[in-house]
Design a protein around this ligand. Structure first.
Ligand code: IPE
Ligand code: IPE
Ligand code: MG
Length: 243
C-alpha cells in the first residue's frame, strides 16, 4: 500500500493521524469551465472519495471536511439551496461508504438552521455509522468562533471557574479526537476562514493553488509528502537542535 502511495513513513517520528481539508475553489472551477457555481460544487463532491480513500491508505484515522461555514449563508439563496441539496443527495448516494471504509461519519457545526430533511439525515447517518475505526467529520454550518463560544458557555454552565484550556477542549465538537496534524487548503488562499481555529494551534498548513474539483489522489500524496518534510517543534526544540 505504501509503495502504491510512494510514501515511506517508517523513519518519521511524527505521524499523520488527523487531516483537515478546506475544500475551496469550486466557484472558480465552475467559472473557468463556463458553468454555474452549483456545477462547481457538484464537481467538488466527486473529489471526496479518492481523497478520503488515499488518506485512509496512508494511515490517517480522522479527516475533517469543511463543507459549509457559518459565514457561507451570506451567499445567494440559490447557491445555498443548491449546496444543501447537493449534500443531501451525496449523503444518500454515499450510504455504503462508511461500511466499506470502516468510517464513522460525524457532523460538526450547528445543525439547527439546516433544512429539516438534511438535519434528520445527518442524525440518522451518525447513528448508523457509530463505532468504526476511522472518523470523517463533515463541518456543516461550522464556525470555529461559534464552536469556542459554545464550549465556553458549556464550561460556565458546568461551574468551571476559572475556565482552563482543558475545559474548552473538552466541550468542542471534536473533544474526543486528535487535533489536525495537517490542514490542506485548495484554491490558493492562505487563511483558515474560521476553520478549527482552536484545534489548529499547531497544525501544519499546506496550501495549493489547485482548485478543489481538480484535487485528487496524486495531490493528496504530494500534500502528505510535504507534511513529512516538516519539522514540528510545538514551541520546543528538535533533538538535533538541543545540543
Ligand atoms: C468552496 O468553494 C465551497 C464552499 C464554500 C461551500 P467556493 O464556492 O468558495 O469556491 P470559490 O472560492 O468561490 O472559487
Ligand atoms: C471556506 O471557503 C469555507 C469552505 C470551504 C466551506 P470560503 O470560500 O467560504 O472562504 P473565504 O470566503 O474565501 O474566506
Ligand atoms: Mg471560496
Amino acid at each position: 500500500m505504501a509503495e502504491k502511495n510512494r510514501i515511506d513513513i517508517s523513519g518519521f517520528d511524527h505521524r499523520l493521524r488527523s487531516v483537515g481539508i478546506i475544500m475551496d475553489g469550486n466557484g472558480r472551477w465552475a467559472k473557468a469551465h463556463g458553468l454555474p457555481r452549483t456545477e462547481g460544487h457538484k464537481a467538488g463532491a466527486k473529489s471526496l472519495r479518492p481523497v478520503i480513500e488515499c488518506l485512509s491508505e496512508l494511515g490517517v484515522t480522522c479527516v475533517t471536511l469543511y463543507a459549509f461555514s457559518t459565514e457561507n449563508w451570506k451567499r445567494p439563496k440559490e447557491e445555498v439551496d443548491g449546496i444543501m441539496n447537493l449534500i443531501l443527495s451525496y449523503l444518500d448516494r454515499a450510504k455504503g461508504m462508511w461500511e466499506k471504509y470502516d468510517v464513522s461519519i460525524r457532523f460538526i457545526g450547528d445543525k439547527a438552521p439546516l433544512p429539516e430533511r438534511l438535519r434528520e439525515r445527518c442524525t440518522e447517518i451518525e447513528n448508523l455509522s457509530r463505532g468504526r475505526s476511522r472518523t470523517v467529520n463533515v463541518a456543516l454550518n461550522y464556525g470555529g468562533r461559534d464552536e469556542i463560544v459554545r464550549a465556553v458557555n458549556a464550561a460556565i454552565k458546568e461551574g468551571c471557574d476559572p475556565i482552563t484550556e482543558a475545559d474548552i477542549s473538552r466541550h468542542l465538537y471534536t473533544a474526543d479526537q486528535p487535533e489536525p496534524d495537517l490542514i490542506i487548503r485548495t484554491g490558493g488562499d492562505m487563511r483558515l476562514s474560521n476553520f478549527m481555529i482552536w484545534q489548529s494551534a499547531y497544525s501544519e498548513l499546506y496550501v495549493t493553488e489547485t482548485l478543489w474539483p481538480d484535487f485528487g489522489r496524486e495531490d493528496t500524496i504530494t500534500a502528505v509528502e510535504a507534511f513529512y518534510k516538516r519539522k514540528r517543534r510545538f514551541g520546543g526544540l528538535n533533538p538535533e537542535e538541543a545540543n
